[in-house]
Design a protein around this ligand. Structure first.
Ligand code: ADP
Ligand code: MG
Length: 386
């Protein structure tokens, strides 16, 4: 990938790149739709990464191309806005915009991107793209933000601003933190209220299990509107309950809080968020005591809550998780925002092929697009490759 990308950069921009940086996609083990509620989540970095070959330019111009997209996009740093450059390159330009807004001295860049993270599969190709570019910018403009966890957290915050403001996607902070802060063989316990992070050992190989990811390839319309609607419901509930975020609702006070809400729908949204945060804490305890069966049970409970209370699952995700369970998974759940995207399952290593094939058959029987399954291990964060 790195040699090919370097050659392609030279072909596109006429000279070799100064370097190549990469950042991983992620799967969230548990703690879904909790990040924007100040809650807890537990992502791992994927082996799949987005690579960016990059050189500085001294004319304040940003030129961007991607193996996953057509054409070369050009924009002046001072022209970047929610309207410009638009499309996929907004994720790249947004990072430079956010760094400049924060007072960092950044200039123009030539950027060529290639990725092994599937796009739009709920595995956060968007954050992988932002974080690869952010890592390059940090090194090329000597910002030093990759050198410490604190610097990486600040870089992640800039990437979130890029995605929210310039790319126009109202996502929470989990994806970018995962891509910049996850360690190999670890999950990242991320407290989205305090910003605190802690590495939790995650290495199923030693237990004879694997984490199976299934990209359902389901395409559903209105996804962005649904995400915004869930955020709005949580914010409305927090206002009604007189708290800053739903994180402040203690599980022991959940019934009281629910009784104070008028809408049954909002009650179910709140119940998901509060119980899901509790499940993250339980999952961390279970992982730390090597109790994979309990982690599996928590996966199942998380999926049921997302399906029934938060209503962000879809038929494909329900079929994939159910099929995984009936073919030997210890537990399975949708991961990511929902309405498509991917599901994850903890599966005994010797059953992984059986489960993947069973999901394929179930999808064919249901008339769904063929899914794509692969096993993943917890991988490392954004860094310079060459
Ligand atoms: P996810 O992050 O789950 O993959 P998103 O909808 O958040 O899905 O982000 C996908 C979008 O990010 C793509 O439609 C594209 O605009 C942009 N993107 C991600 N990776 C790349 C890439 N390698 N090259 C160009 N654009 C990319
Ligand atoms: Mg994304």
């Amino acid at each position: 990938m790195i040699d090919e990308l370097t050659a392609a950069f030279e072909h596109t921009f006429g000279a070799a790149p100064t370097g190549v940086w990469s950042a991983p996609g992620r799967v969230n083990l548990i703690g879904e739709h909790t990040d924007y509620n100040g809650g807890l989540c537990l992502p791992i970095a994927l082996p799949q990464r987005t690579y960016a070959a990059v050189s500085r330019r001294d004319d304040g111009v940003l030129r961007m191309a991607s193996a996953q997209q057509d054409g070369l996009v050009e924009v002046s740093l001072d022209e970047i806005s929610p309207e410009r450059p638009g499309g996929w390159s907004a994720y790249v330009a947004g990072v430079l915009w956010a760094l400049a807004k924060e007072g960092h001295e950044v200039g123009g860049l030539d950027v060529l991107v290639d990725s092994t993270v599937p796009l739009g599969a709920g595995l956060s190709s968007s954050a992988a793209l932002e974080c690869a570019v952010a890592a390059a910018a940090s090194d090329l403009f000597a910002l030093g933000l990759l050198e410490s966890a604190e610097g990486r957290a600040r870089l992640a915050a800039r990437c979130v601003e890029a995605e929210n403001t310039i790319a126009g996607a109202p996502t929470g902070g989990m994806d970018q933190s995962a891509s910049l802060l996850c360690d190999e063989r670890s999950a990242l316990l991320l407290d989205c209220r305090s910003g605190d992070t802690r590495q939790v050992p995650f290495d199923l190989g030693g237990e004879g299990h694997v984490l199976l990811v299934t990209d359902t390839r389901a395409e559903h319309a209105l996804v962005d509107g649904q995400y915004a609607a869930r955020r709005e419901a949580c914010e409305q509930a927090a206002r009604e309950l007189g708290v800053d975020t739903l994180r402040e609702i203690d599980p022991s006070g959940l019934d009281d809080a629910l009784a104070r809400l008028d809408s049954d729908e909002v009650r179910r949204r709140v119940r998901h968020v509060v119980t899901e945060i509790e499940r993250v804490e339980a999952a961390v305890r279970a992982l730390e005591s090597d109790d994979l069966r309990e982690v599996g049970r928590l996966f199942d409970a998380s999926h049921a809550s997302l399906r029934d209370d938060y209503e962000v699952s879809c038929e494909e995700l329900d079929v994939a998780t159910e099929t995984a369970r009936t073919h030997g998974a210890l537990g399975a759940r949708m991961t990511g925002g929902g309405f498509g995207g991917s599901c994850i399952a903890i599966v005994p290593a010797h059953d992984a092929d059986t489960v993947a094939s069973a999901i394929e058959v179930a999808f064919a029987d249901a008339g769904f697009t063929a899914p794509q399954s692969f096993t993943v291990t917890a991988s490392g964060p954004a860094h310079r490759d060459a």
